[in-house]
Design a protein around this ligand. Structure first.
Ligand code: NAP
Length: 281
């Protein structure tokens, strides 16, 4: 039986540890604050923003919510970011993506002060990660490393295969696995013979964005399988990029969907807000 890596439990552990740190900062007179900007009222974005606010409340972080009209101009949004960059009482700034089409996401991400870039998407943060300097690490990949560490899964010296090379998952998780001394291979849509590569993996991270794509034919016996995907199936139930029922019998450990990688993203966002205080000192 494969170990089911319990992201819900691990994310709660992390949030409880952060609560203690936030309390200690409060005793020193430091009140951590996250500003969350949402443009428009896309229902999925509203759910994500609501969950972030709840996590802030749980941990004791002050959250400032900016709900901007869908029609807001790029200049108005950039002006708000500039104000928040300059405010000493704001430690983290998060702009909920995606943004409406008339706003250039890259320009907006680059406008956030890298010292407040708690999503870790600014090119400065990405560069810092790749050269091993201090900076914010994007939340989902950072969560995957925590899932492994807190489940007793050794990364050093292991064959790690990542499927996907997106800026928010594939590339940063590859850099992090390398930083943890894994031997890393990155696959994408032009990879020839995907199965042949994934079958080598001791740790297989799947961020392909296709529901239940990975079946046992792609997985070596005893591999650790981390499923980043989130989809709704035909019955409106959540599923991942991995066919869980098919793969679980051959894996040594596996993340379920829901309850695996998903809950870790917000926990690591909260961690970045707490780390922000140190970076800003
Ligand atoms: P994405 O931007 O769509 O990237 C998918 C990657 O998979 C691309 O690099 C693509 O290659 C590669 N790919 C597609 N088809 C392939 C194939 N047949 N063989 C090999 N590689 C293939 O997706 P993403 O943003 O990284 O997200 C991946 C999944 O994670 C999605 O289901 C998303 O919803 C989920 N997600 C979850 C969380 C969370 O908190 N749990 C956070 C972010 C994302 P090319 O580069 O060549 O096109």
């Amino acid at each position: 039986m494969a170990l089911r890596i319990d992201g819900k439990k691990i994310s709660t552990e992390i949030k409880d540890e952060l609560k203690v740190k936030v309390e200690a900062y409060k005793e020193q007179g430091i009140d951590i604050c996250l500003a969350v900007i949402q443009v428009g009222n896309d229902p999925a974005s509203s759910v994500y923003v609501g969950n972030k606010k709840k996590a802030c409340e749980y941990i004791g972080i002050r959250s400032l919510a900016y709900e901007l009209e869908e029609s807001v101009t790029q200049e108005e949004l950039l002006s708000l970011i500039k104000t928040l960059n300059e405010r000493e009482d704001v430690n983290g700034i998060l702009v909920q993506l995606p943004l409406p089409k008339h706003i250039d996401e890259d320009v907006v991400i680059r406008a956030i002060d890298p010292k407040k870039d708690v999503d870790g998407f600014h090119p400065y943060s990405v560069g810092a990660l790749s050269i091993g300097e201090e900076g914010f690490v994007s939340c989902t990949p950072a969560g995957i490393i925590q899932l492994c560490k807190r489940s007793g899964i050794e990364i050093a010296g292991k064959e790690c295969v990542v499927i996907g090379r997106s800026n928010i998952v594939g590339k940063p998780i590859s850099m992090l696995l390398l930083r943890e001394n894994g031997t890393v291979t990155v696959c994408h849509s032009r990879t020839k013979d995907l199965k042949e590569v994934t079958k080598r993996a001791d740790i297989l991270v799947v961020a392909i964005g296709k529901p239940k794509f990975i079946t046992k034919e792609y997985v070596k016996d005893g591999a650790v399988v981390i499923d980043v995907g989130i989809h709704r199936n035909e019955n409106n139930k959540l599923c991942g990029d991995v066919d869980f029922d098919d793969v679980e019998p051959v894996a040594s450990a596996i993340t379920p969907v829901p309850g695996g990688v998903g809950p870790m993203t917000i926990a690591m966002l909260m961690n970045n807000c707490v780390e922000a205080v140190k970076l800003q000192k």
